[in-house]
Write a protein that binds this ligand. Structure first.
Ligand code: SF4
Length: 367
């Protein structure tokens, strides 16, 4: 059976992971620029889904769609795709392909097809699946997040219980990269429950990686309350990055609390201080236009953006009401003129990047 993967830059790491998982079942996901073969698979996020909808609906082959948007809105996606993979794909996608290849109707747990659906009957253990194979990708070291930030789809897809790839498995893949970068909802939470750090486990991981390691920076940020003497000592001892990327999101404790962030503005200040002490440049994410933020909250965020920009770099994004989150359907509030003006001038001076006026630019544009 000819199985293709619709190549979309934004989902390239999902491609690497699912290529390897399907290869184990003797299916090769050939990259294509349009649907073809007997089956074409897609991974869509909530901003590019509408771009691919007509292409999928008009496809002359069977189509399988997974990814964050399929998980958040499976019934909507089932209107234009033959099969919708809900949640993790490593087990469900090869199982579905096997069923289709043997003439089945694709009634697989974790898949929605027509009016048929049964919830997934498995939870993926990372060590049971390759991080990548021929199609290289970043190494996912942890999955799941115990927090439930109001704007974030991650816990809806992967659950609230953190799972980790073992050090032995990670180093096997790390040896295949000259520069090693990891995927995690919070790299400093490696080996832990996501709330209580386990620095001895982080150290064991970093000490075992022999190549250049970038940790707590692209593509996995960290949480501010995990930035402390212990974590930064490990970064400076074992890692090559001179930057640390973390999410602050707001300069208002009221907003942080309503978002469910689980940290305070004081934690953000402490994180900035620790970065300075350890000579690491902070790169900090903020969201503006959060639906319930008051003018005063937005001004507090602006002050923190300015303070952060004096110490490092700032990424500012306009709030997006992603489906499947608790803030789905809540429109972004307007920005104060001083917020737009300051973000613009910080961007011109090279201290700020992001899409504070146009939320859609937050994700890679479809090719
Ligand atoms: S934003 Fe980060 S900490 Fe919050 S729920 Fe998402 S992954 Fe977890």
């Amino acid at each position: 059976m000819q199985v293709n993967w619709r190549y979309i830059h934004a989902s390239r790491n999902s491609y690497a992971v699912l290529y390897a998982a399907c290869e184990k079942e003797v299916f090769t996901l050939t990259p294509v620029d349009e649907p073809s073969g007997q089956v074409t698979c897609y991974s869509l996020n909530s901003l590019n889904a509408s771009h691919y909808r007509d292409e999928i609906a008009a496809a002359d082959c069977l189509t399988i769609v997974g990814g964050p948007h399929a998980t958040a809105c499976p019934e909507e996606v089932a209107e234009f795709a033959d099969y919708v993979v809900i949640g993790e794909g490593e087990f469900s996608l090869p199982r579905l392909l096997r069923d289709i290849a043997s003439g089945g109707e694709g009634r697989i747990p974790g898949v929605l097809t027509g009016n048929w659906h049964q919830p997934a009957d498995t939870c993926v253990l990372l060590d049971r699946y390759p991080a990548f194979s021929e199609m290289k990708g970043y190494i996912e070291i942890s999955r799941g997040c115990p927090f439930a930030c109001g704007y974030c789809q991650t816990p809806q897809i992967f659950g609230h219980c953190m799972r980790h790839r073992s050090v032995d498995a990670i180093t096997r893949y790390a040896n295949r990269h000259e520069q090693v970068r990891f995927i995690s909802p919070n790299a400093f939470a490696y080996g832990s429950d996501g709330v209580h750090p386990r620095w001895e486990k982080v150290e064991r991981l970093l000490a075992a990686c022999k190549n250049q390691v970038f940790f707590g920076t692209f593509p996995s940020e960290v949480r501010p309350e995990f930035i402390c003497n212990e974590s930064l000592t490990l970064v400076n001892r074992y890692c090559s990055n001179k930057k640390l990327h973390f999410g602050a999101q707001s300069g208002s404790d009221t907003v942080l609390q309503r978002l469910g962030r689980g940290h305070t503005v004081a934690d953000i200040h402490t994180a900035l201080d620790r970065c300075r002490d350890f000579a690491l440049e902070p790169v900090v994410d903020f969201i503006v236009g959060i639906p319930f933020e008051s003018d005063e909250d937005q001004r507090a965020t602006l002050e923190l953006i300015k303070e952060t920009a004096r110490a490092g770099k700032v990424h500012v994004h306009r709030f997006i009401p992603l489906p499947g989150t608790s803030l789905a359907g809540s429109p972004a509030r307007t920005l104060l003129p001083e917020v737009e003006k300051t973000c613009g001038s910080l961007a011109l001076s090279g201290r700020l990047t992001g899409s504070w006026t146009r939320a859609e630019e937050r994700f890679s544009p479809p090719e």
